[in-house]
Design a protein around this ligand. Structure first.
Ligand code: XMP
Length: 598
């Protein structure tokens, strides 16, 4: 079979590149460069090679490398982001540390003729996530596209068929990314021989082989991933050998456990139980404020509870494997590959689970797929539409949407606020808390800026948000005050914990947002809509932060530009909740911010 090699330098999107190539019908294999003994010889079996992005800089001593002899094998090569910087550095060009960086949307302008960019308009949108950039091209190369902040956004050596792009063609937010990858596949001459039907067939035999005579105890949440995993396991093993357990963590949405039980039973899943274990989670999280610590504890309590239920149901643990609906972004963001940076620990990727995976005790039939593919597999397995099209809800649930911790502000707060005001004539305030982000493939934990203006020109506000995050390393998110147009004089934050009353408040706010979304027929217009509770205030209450986003595969996202009337209605309703003092809208894309705040 014709195939493409994707060398994984640890980029958040390395697997996504392979996924996109496979979606174009050509098989792609991910290879960790350090695992190659003689790269130039081993890569000769492939039609072409892609060098992925990565969190490091070519200047770092231990940054991932591959023998430059691969540039002599006469196969087309495409370097993406770090991959581009690596090839420039290795072939005698120069890379420089950029003063700020470029994260999120950028306008790509074509400057030269190239097979790689064939069929693209002169200007289009490209998605960026980088600090370093190319300063001088190696011999034989020429520039084929630029952006305002990056001169060498795309380059090529047409004689050697070596190409490089600083942006990410593999993410859906790059308008013509698919076309660029298709052009590269055309250049490679690879034949098309891969699709999701083949994936299903291969996966079913893989499940049968791994499970053998045992049975599978699957943790379900009502979300699309575990529901599709449930259906796939039943198809491979038969209904009697798959048992679904939904754990009510106390961090679920309003009435979620009953509703999920009802809809899964209606969809024909017979072996299904709900265990209410809210007390365990609340006790374990009582004094925890660090986001990563919270995630690890939630993952561990899931395991503990699952063992307890196995025992209570008198299941012999030697006869059962644990099933999870893990999908690919859960593994990559938890640093699941050799070179990648840890962004956040997903609940189904804690250390104990990793050890069980090594021993072959975990079945994860969807671990290679992205959400859009999972939904397609669900359709192929004839699951009802309402289950397939639900918004994703993370395992740790409201637990990662209730911000905890102490009040903290960067020392440069005044400077940041003055510069924003000078440049945009808008009042911006640095909020005294931090949230998780992803920039240049690495994790950030930085402050949000809140903007106060009557404007609802979301394109303009988004441009301001991008400028702010690119300019100030202390800032990784920008939010918009929805309830007041004038900036309050000062914002405070109180030390906060995960208390029962805060969980109730977050749950009530989430219910209001979701009900309004459905009532205004906007549910299908957003991909996901986290509602975050943050202990920032003027007078002692809390703030609600709305985070509606659109995405294809959760690796990149942009904030959803919903109608002004929706935000106005929802803000009015939220302010009526006891304890809610302000409402904000998150204007940040991913990157630089992640979808969830923790
Ligand atoms: P981030 O915040 O990393 O989220 O941009 C990407 C997607 O993953 C979901 N998410 C999780 N899902 N367990 C899950 O099942 C987790 O621990 C977890 N953390 C984040 C998030 O809701 C978004 O869809």
């Amino acid at each position: 079979m014709d195939k493409i090699a994707v060398l994984d330098f640890g980029g958040q999107y390395a697997h996504l590149i392979a996924n996109r190539i496979r979606r174009a019908g050509v098989f792609a294999e991910i290879i960790i460069p350090q695992n190659l003994v003689d790269p130039a010889t081993e890569l000769k079996d492939f039609c072409a090679v892609v060098l992925s992005g990565g969190p490091q800089s070519v200047f770092e001593k231990n940054s991932p490398k591959v023998d430059p002899a691969i540039f002599e094998i006469k196969k087309p090569i495409l370097g993406i982001c770090y991959g581009l910087q690596f090839l420039v550095h290795a072939l005698g060009g120069q890379v420089k540390k950029a003063a700020g960086g470029e994260f999120g949307e950028a306008k790509l302008k074509i400057t030269g003729k190239s097979k790689l960019l064939a069929g693209l308009p002169k200007a289009s949108t490209a998605w960026m996530s980088h600090g370093d950039e190319v300063k001088k091209l190696p011999k034989g190369f020429e520039k084929i596209a630029s952006t305002a902040d990056c001169e060498f956004a795309a380059i090529e050596d047409s004689a050697r068929q070596i190409f490089g792009v600083q942006f990410h063609p593999e993410v859906k937010h790059t308008e013509f990314g698919e076309k660029i990858l298709a052009n590269f596949l055309k250049i490679s001459g690879a034949k098309k021989s891969w699709d999701l039907d083949k994936f299903l067939k291969d996966e079913i035999s893989k499940i049968k082989k791994q499970v053998g005579q045992k049975k599978v105890f699957l943790l379900v949440s009502g979300g699309v991933d575990s529901t599709v995993a449930f259906a796939l396991l039943e198809k491979a093993l038969g209904k009697k050998r798959v048992f679904g357990l939904m754990i009510d963590t106390g961090l679920l949405r309003q009435n979620e456990a009953e509703e999920v039980h009802k809809s899964l039973t209606k969809a024909g899943f017979a072996n299904l139980k709900v265990a209410n274990e809210a007390g365990h989670f609340a006790a374990a999280l009582k004094n925890i404020t660090d986001p990563e610590e919270k995630r690890r504890i939630i993952g561990r309590v899931f395991l503990k509870v699952q063992r307890k239920v196995l025992k209570r149901l008198r299941f012999n643990p030697r006869e059962w494997l644990l099933g999870q609906g893990t999908i690919y972004p859960d593994t990559i963001e938890s640093a699941g590959t050799a070179n990648s940076d840890k962004i956040k620990t997903h609940h189904n990727r804690v250390e104990e689970i990793e050890k069980m995976i090594e021993k072959g005790l975990i079945v994860e039939p969807l671990a290679e797929l992205y959400k859009d593919e999972v939904r397609e597999v669900g359709r192929k397995l004839k699951l009802p539409k309402n289950l397939i099209e639900r918004h994703p809800f993370p395992g740790p649930g409201l637990g990662v949407r209730i911000l905890c911790g102490e009040s903290e502000k960067p020392k440069t707060t005044n400077k940041i606020e003055t510069e924003i005001n000078r440049k945009w004539k808008i009042r911006g305030k640095v909020l005294p808390l931090r949230s998780v982000g992803v920039q240049g493939d690495a994790r950030t934990f930085a402050h949000p800026v809140a903007l106060f203006t009557a404007s609802r020109d979301f394109d303009k506000l988004s441009a301001i948000a991008t400028w702010i995050v690119n300019k100030f390393p202390e800032i990784n998110r920008v939010v918009l005050g929805l309830d007041v147009a004038k900036a309050p004089r000062v914002f405070l934050a109180a030390p906060a914990k995960l208390t029962a009353s805060r969980v109730e408040l977050a749950r009530a706010a989430d219910a209001i947002v979701n009900q309004t979304l459905s009532a205004q027929k906007l549910y299908a217009k957003v991909w996901q809509f986290p509602v975050v509770l943050a202990p920032v205030f003027e007078k002692g209450g809390e703030a609600i932060i709305l985070r509606p986003i659109n995405s294809e595969e959760a690796m990149t996202a942009n904030f959803a530009r919903l109608p002004k009337t929706f935000f106005a209605t929802v803000t009015k309703k939220l302010l009526k909740l006891d304890g809610v003092e302000h409402v904000f809208l998150d204007l940040t894309n991913k990157p630089p911010a992640t979808i969830e705040w923790e």
